[in-house]
Design a protein. Structure first.
Length: 327
């Protein structure tokens, strides 16, 4: 299903002057990407002043040497495949219709791509994701964890591999962004910030398609498993169950979560339950006792206590405010 629009594929498939030189045997000109002795690709080399996002076809006909970048990079594979050597991990194979997110600290090399291996790189400054943060919100632990790490370049997650070839909503959002940037669509920045937010929401709604990796020993897949446990079942989430299924000790997993998120599993679970309770209080007529039970609290009095500690009012007072004139 990962067939991209023919016009877009044609535009991205054209051999660029740089690629023609590489095809003729000339070496890669690093000055097109970076200055200085290291090979950190610079946003200033690729983005016009004032731009927060742009695209460029992936450079083929050369084994692209190991490099990092001072921006968030997102690669979308339009046709064929590419192989990436990221950090010290195992090779990552990106197939048609899949997305690869790389944070600012990620170091990677890319094996030679041929004419039929067509990919597009999104070059994205971190502040471009601010709108997506607003949309994803704090209640989505996975989204906050992913976005926060990608933006800050934290070491817990170096890259996200998204197996999205069969996800039509994701394909549509990516294609719309590529089309608007290829055609310099008026108002493209705001429109693409909205498209990116929807894309991330689509990915999080299908989070089983996301394969997350960090540097060896960082433990990000374990942290992800714990966050997925909370997202999938905030009422009955159990860290012991996650530890057992991942074959690690409970104290070890607890420490990893605290290090990666700044919170304990219990704190994250409570936050998710309270956010879910807020949603139910807003959108349903369930009694407060039923809301408490729905999010995992058997004792209504305890639910009242922690709710008031978190929000400064009781659940009933919150509902009354929602129902009062002017709200």
């Amino acid at each position: 299903m990962a067939a991209i629009n023919a016009e877009i594929l044609g535009a991205l498939s054209r051999i660029t002057p740089e690629e023609q030189k590489l095809r003729d045997g000339e070496p890669l000109d690093r000055n097109l990407y970076a200055t200085g002795h290291g090979f950190e690709i610079e946003a200033a080399k690729l983005l016009r002043q004032g731009q927060l996002i742009t695209i460029r076809p992936h450079t083929r006909f050369v084994a692209f040497p190991r490099h990092s970048h001072n921006y968030v990079e997102i690669m979308y594979m339009c046709a064929g495949q590419t192989t990436h050597l990221i950090g010290g991990g195992t090779p990552v194979h990106l197939h048609a219709g899949e997305l690869l997110f790389l944070n600012q600290r990620a170091s990677h090399a890319i094996q030679r791509a041929e004419a039929g291996d067509v990919a597009v790189n999104f070059i994205v400054l971190p502040q471009f994701f601010d709108f997506a943060f607003q949309i994803v919100g704090t209640s989505n632990l996975l989204g906050r964890f992913f976005l926060g790490t990608l933006k800050s370049g934290g070491s817990e997650i170096t890259h996200l591999l998204c197996h999205t070839a069969e996800l039509l909503p994701v394909q549509n959002q990516v294609e719309s962004m590529v089309w608007s940037l290829l055609h310099n669509e008026p108002g493209a920045r705001r429109a693409n910030q909205m498209r990116m937010a929807v894309l991330l929401l689509d990915l999080l709604n299908h989070h089983d398609c996301i394969e997350v990796q960090g540097e060896p020993g960082q433990g990000s897949p374990l942290v992800l498993a714990a966050l997925r446990e909370i997202e999938d079942d905030c009422r009955g989430a159990s860290l012991s169950r996650v530890a057992e299924s991942c074959h690690v000790s409970l104290p070890y997993l607890s420490a990893l979560i605290r290090k990666a998120t700044g919170s304990t599993f219990k704190e994250l679970l409570q936050q998710k339950r309270l956010d879910r309770a807020q949603q139910l209080l807003c959108t349903t007529k369930l009694p407060v006792q039923a809301v408490a039970e729905a999010v995992g609290y058997e004792t209504t009095s305890y639910f009242y206590t922690i709710y008031k500690e978190a929000f400064g009012i009781t659940p009933k007072e919150y509902r009354r405010r929602l129902q009062s004139p002017g709200n």
